[in-house]
Write a protein that binds this ligand. Structure first.
Ligand SMILES: *[C@@H]1O[C@H](CO)[C@@H](O)[C@H](O)[C@H]1NC(C)=O
Ligand SMILES: *[C@@H]1O[C@H](CO)[C@@H](O)[C@H](O)[C@H]1NC(C)=O
Ligand SMILES: *[C@@H]1O[C@H](CO)[C@@H](O)[C@H](O)[C@H]1NC(C)=O
Ligand SMILES: *[C@@H]1O[C@H](CO)[C@@H](O)[C@H](O)[C@H]1NC(C)=O
Length: 521
């Protein structure tokens, strides 16, 4: 009895400690696509501890690899010297570049429906994985305004013809019963402020040249007329209605993929704009409507592929009135392979340094008629982090994934435009799978909060095959972060130099991503 009592006491004393150091490991599952997914259900999900930085002189490293590590934490110490490495990365925190807005994903109708297919405790595990301190702490959420193709039906918020006063504007069940409750749960579990931004795919049929929410049309009429005024007021109504549920938006984009049609089936909902039409709509209608409204919501232009830069920036921001209303440029990643970042992103930054660049959509598995979802594919995660590293090194301030969650088919999507997602739900088993893409994004989102700044990083290479991708940032709390990606199948030994602290001698294993963090004082 007495002995049992003592053990009980000891257990009670240990319990809080066990909860603090509560990181739970990944339960791996191999679907035969090259690497693993981590399996979560109602009672179990892998977690991370809140970030704790070690004392100056030590650093912390998080590592994920094709071989099976998932954000594994370890610590090490700076050294005063280094044997000459093949590759040395030297930070220079006197060279400061763009501020970071953050990282995140999109709460499409499809994402919301997939989350809500799970039991409540499994939903909580999923939301915590993305938004809480025991997860990867996303701070950006894109929210489609009414339907996108990732919905189960086409709709707008006002399908009553010629309702120029928007008297019949109504949020739908997808908002009120699905997206808003989920947003409020995400907001409640996030330690960081969440930046929400809305994007419309389509206007009501009666405002569009093709008379249908489905397919591609333009807005009827021209900037300054009743169609354009009504369409601008529709944005304000959307913000008003969400505000009634205490959900406020940091920004809206003027239009999802105004040049669309290239990647989506012809049925997909869209409004087409030329750059000049977007300029005029912003200068005459949307900009003034937002400025007059009680909302302090920012406006992002483009929201389309970088092949249109810097041309669109020149046309829209070249107009001083439009430029005053626009805070930044939203960019999608689908044509990045054929458009170098220098002549698109950096050229835009050089012309308009006061307007930030933000990636607002990316996914893998598009145009893959059979393999939209490829459970455990490492290369798809690698594709994400390679993009993030590349665009951050060309003045981009953040990166937003497309659907937060999809099903095993890569949907639902009412035009069958199925794609992959970092989290895939199997509702029939009440489980979800966290893919390599999830952890690749986590290597940035968890460690690089809003307000961080990219800093100078010089790479000195003395070996042919030791190529790594990297970015260094200074956090608002003064800590330094270095993310290093090895895309290739051999280990790469390398050194890190922070002139204020000394050297780190380390290795980037084959097919791995690492995040290093340390404090200078
Ligand atoms: C949930 O996952 C854990 C860990 O893999 C497992 O032990 C448990 O049986 C699972 N629960 C259900 C209901 O499948
Ligand atoms: C670090 O950056 C500053 C500011 O850009 C520059 O003046 C200085 O020469 C750099 N130091 C090194 C060692 O490159
Ligand atoms: C919104 O917040 C206010 C003030 O905190 C509160 O009184 C109100 O009930 C909230 N509304 C909803 C719909 O949650
Ligand atoms: C900007 O565009 C608006 C129309 O959209 C036009 O009235 C105005 O003259 C333009 N301003 C400049 C400076 O080009």
């Amino acid at each position: 009895m007495w002995a049992a009592g003592i053990v009980g006491w000891l257990l009670l004393l240990l319990l809080p400690v066990a909860q603090v150091a509560g990181a739970r490991p990944c339960i791996p599952k191999d679907f035969g696509h090259g690497s693993l997914v981590c399996v979560c259900n109602a009672t179990y999900c892998d977690t991370l501890d809140p970030l704790v930085l070690p004392a100056p002189g030590s650093y912390v490293k998080y590592e994920s690899s094709k071989a099976g590590k998932r954000l594994e934490r370890s610590e090490g110490k700076f050294q005063s010297s280094l044997r000459t490495p093949g590759l040395l990365l030297t930070l220079n925190i006197s060279t400061l570049y763009q501020h970071v807005k953050g990282f995140g994903g999109s709460l499409s109708d499809a994402a919301a429906m997939n989350i809500l297919k799970l039991s409540q405790p499994a939903q909580d595990n999923l939301l915590r994985s993305y938004f809480s301190e025991s997860g990867i702490e996303y701070n950006l959420i894109r929210v489609p305004m009414a339907c996108s193709d990732f919905s189960v039906r086409p709709y707008s918020y006002d399908d009553v013809p010629n309702d120029y006063e928007l008297k019949h504007f109504r949020l739908v069940d997808e908002d009120v019963k699905m997206k808003i409750p989920l947003l409020r749960r995400a907001l409640a579990m996030s330690k960081r402020p969440l930046l929400l931004f809305g994007s419309p795919w389509t206007a009501p049929a009666w405002m569009k040249s093709n008379g249908d929410v489905r397919g591609k049309g333009t807005l009827k009429g021209k900037a300054g007329d009743k169609y354009h005024k009504t369409w601008a007021n529709y944005f304000i109504k959307f913000l008003d209605e969400y505000a009634k549920h205490n959900v406020t938006f940091w920004a809206v984009t003027a239009q999802n993929e105004p040049l669309a049609g290239l990647f989506t089936p012809p049925q997909a909902p869209t409004i087409a704009f030329t750059a000049a039409q977007q300029r005029d709509f912003i200068a005459q209608d949307l900009g003034p409507a937002l400025a007059r409204s009680p909302h302090r919501t920012r406006l992002l232009m483009l929201d389309d592929q970088r092949i249109h830069l810097p041309h669109w920036a020149k046309v829209v921001l070249g107009n001083a009135t439009a430029a005053r209303y626009v805070a930044g440029l939203a960019v999608h990643w689908y044509l990045d392979a054929i458009v170098p970042p220098g002549c698109s992103l950096e050229a835009t930054h050089d012309l308009f340094p006061d307007h930030f660049l933000l990636y607002t959509e990316a996914c893998t598995g598009f145009f893959m008629f059979r393999f939209a979802v490829s459970l455990g594919c490492w290369e798809r995660g690698d594709h994400y982090s390679y993009s993030i590293l590349t665009v951050m090194n060309h003045f981009v301030s953040g990166w937003t994934d497309w659907n937060l969650v999809l099903d095993l088919e890569g949907g639902p999507n009412w035009v069958k435009n199925f794609v992959d997602s970092p989290v895939i739900v199997d509702g029939s088993k009440d489980v979800f799978y966290k893919q390599p893409m999830f952890y690749h994004l986590g290597h940035f989102s968890k460690f690089i909060p809003e307000g961080s700044r990219r800093v100078g990083l010089r790479s000195r290479r003395r070996c042919l095959l030791c190529q790594l991708e990297h970015v260094a940032v200074l956090r608002p709390d003064g800590a330094l972060v270095l993310v290093v990606l090895n895309r290739f199948g051999r280990d790469v030994p390398f050194g890190i130099q922070d002139p204020a602290m000394g050297f780190i001698e380390t290795v980037a294993p084959a097919h791995s991503i690492q995040t290093y963090l340390w404090r200078q004082q």
